[in-house]
Write a protein that binds this ligand. Structure first.
Ligand code: TPP
Length: 322
């Protein structure tokens, strides 16, 4: 489906929002204002935005420990996200979940998840729910290359295939699972070939090309809505920063030449070039969007800083396990 200029500019704005949000979150963490760790999505923006642009608001997604990009692309409010990162009571989890537990059911974001591979069965269940509801809804599981070596990946794809569930399995292959390279830990070069074992289509796309990701997702969503079952979409991408931002950052185990090459495939610069070449935007109009996004992220940080911490007496509210 051809995208209108407004949709293309929205996609650009969302990609810049993700990058700016994560850059500023890392700065705030290193300034001592955000507790715990933050897993930056910078470099991978085209995946979340390409896929979520092919979804409806009521479609559901599950995410990972690296979840800010998916959450923003699905339409969550960055003020409440930032407040959650700062551990404040106005945050999505009232300040008790932090970066890795943000959910917003109102936009179909079922949750980030600190357990690698745990989002796959959740999205499979959401797809079963969508099928039983009968409204043509679909579910998406975002996960990393590391997660594709977990049992939860294989069990989920098998079940979704047997039951022809309306689900997209979107693997963000950034070639590293924390400090472990895919070359050392993965039995195949392209994760999409694993779809063959589960009798579903598998495609590999350039995860730095937001329109290529959109096209692959759009086709898979169409299949899913038509009752034709699941698809595995592998997006080759690269994470620009360390596995996680922490107070005391460990050294990056990746070779410097590889990091430099990864930075050359900048999904935002490539999309900006496309938009100006096609006459959808000018450099000035994109700069204006960049400025508006920076102001919105500033406002989210101000909101977070002005928000109260949770009260000690609320420690056990919203706790579901005994
Ligand atoms: C079940 C489980 N095993 C190990 C970990 C520790 N861990 C956290 S993130 C991570 C790497 C995950 O790699 P990948 O799935 O490729 O995602 P990426 O970090 O590259 O986005 C690991 C091993 C965990 N959180 N959960």
């Amino acid at each position: 489906m051809a995208l209108e200029p407004d949709q293309l500019l929205d996609m650009y704005r969302t990609m810049v929002t993700i990058r700016t949000f994560d850059r500023r979150a890392a700065d705030e963490l290193h300034a001592g204002n955000i507790p715990g760790a933050v897993h930056s999505y910078i470099g991978q923006e085209a995946v979340a935005v390409g896929v979520c642009s092919a979804l409806r608001r009521e479609d559901r997604i599950t995410s990972t420990h690296r979840g800010h990009g998916h959450t923003i692309a699905k339409g969550a409010d960055i003020k409440f996200m930032m407040a959650e990162l700062f551990g404040r009571s106005n945050g999505y989890c009232h300040g008790k979940g932090g970066s890795m537990h943000i959910a917003d059911f109102s936009v179909g974001m079922l949750g980030a998840n600190g357990i690698v591979g745990a989002g796959l069965p959740l999205a499979t269940g959401a797809a079963l729910a969508a099928k039983l509801e009968g409204g043509g809804g679909v579910a998406v599981s975002f996960f990393g290359d590391g997660a594709s070596n977990e049992g939860s990946f294989h069990g989920s794809l098998n079940l979704a295939s047997i039951w022809k569930l309306p689900v997209l399995y979107v693997c963000e292959n950034n070639r590293w699972a924390s400090g472990n390279s895919a070359a050392a830990t993965q039995s195949v070069e392209d994760i999409s070939v694993r779809s063959v074992s589960y009798n579903m289509p598998g495609v590999t796309v350039d995860g730095a090309d937001v329109l290529a990701v959109y096209e692959a997702a759009e086709q898979a969503v169409r299949r899913a809505r038509n009752g034709e079952g699941p698809t595995l979409v592998e997006c080759k991408t690269y994470r620009w920063r360390l596995h996680a931002e922490q107070r005391n950052d460990p050294p990056d185990p990746r070779p410097q030449e590889e990091i430099d090459l990864g930075h050359q495939h900048d999904p935002i610069a490539a999309f900006a070039g496309h938009l100006t070449q096609q006459g959808v935007a000018t450099e000035e109009s994109l700069k204006q969007i960049d400025g508006e996004v920076a102001a919105a992220v500033d406002a989210a940080i101000d909101f977070a800083k002005a928000s109260p911490f949770p009260k000690p007496e609320d420690a056990l509210t919203d706790v579901f396990a005994p």
